[in-house]
Design a binder for this molecule. Structure first.
Ligand code: 5GP
Length: 182
């Protein structure tokens, strides 16, 4: 089963997915390819496959991506290979942007689409500021992009407001378990 999780940057997608994976050994995260540089705590092949622009372009030309998109000046893509090797009992989670999400849905109509939204715009601003990893200009850019991303929420099967982590993980977990039984 393919599960797509999207939502504005800073909404907590990675944290929610990390907790789901901790709870369920049969769930996996698709490791995306990106041209952005690794952050200090990120490891190649685990958080992302970090590649150069020319390598990314080469892989696009070779048709290795199921979808790819530009997000805030960097390129991100999901490898076809990571979606082909899923066993029926497995769940693979894609934490990708809204453009990638809609492309996956077009190719895999059975994919479960979950959109995470912040309780308020102010809360999102607060969370981004607390991360302390970006300048005020970068935060403003992320918030603008977030507003745009919110316009895609209606294309998702479920919209979940991330008020607090444990409840959000419980809700997303329940959605996945219910959909698996269908
Ligand atoms: P970050 O650089 O903060 O890890 O991710 C930036 C954005 O890129 C996030 O919205 C994330 O969901 C999105 N993203 C990560 N991997 C992929 C991917 O493989 N495809 C697409 N379309 N977006 C991705």
């Amino acid at each position: 089963m393919i599960v797509v999780v999207s939502g504005p940057g800073g909404v907590g997608k990675s944290t929610v997915v990390r907790e789901l994976l901790r709870r369920h050994p049969e769930m996996h995260r698709s490791v995306s390819v990106t041209t952005r540089s690794p952050r200090p705590d990120e490891r190649d092949g685990i958080d992302y496959h970090f590649v150069t622009e020319s390598c990314f372009t080469d892989w696009v030309d070779k048709g290795l991506f199921a979808e790819y998109a530009d997000v805030r000046g960097h390129r991100y893509g999901t490898l076809v290979q990571s979606l082909e090797s899923i066993r029926p009992e497995e769940v693979i989670i894609l934490t990708i942007d809204v453009h990638g999400g809609t492309r996956i849905k077009a190719q895999f109509p059975q994919a479960l689409m979950v959109f995470l939204k912040p309780p308020t715009q102010g809360e999102l601003q607060h969370r981004l500021a607390c991360r302390g990893s970006e300048t005020p200009e970068e935060i403003a850019g992320r918030l603008e992009l977030g507003k745009y991303e919110m316009t895609f929420a209606a294309e998702y099967d479920y919209m979940v407001t991330n008020r607090d982590l444990p409840s959000t993980v419980d809700i997303v977990d329940m959605i996945i378990q219910c959909e698996r039984r269908k």
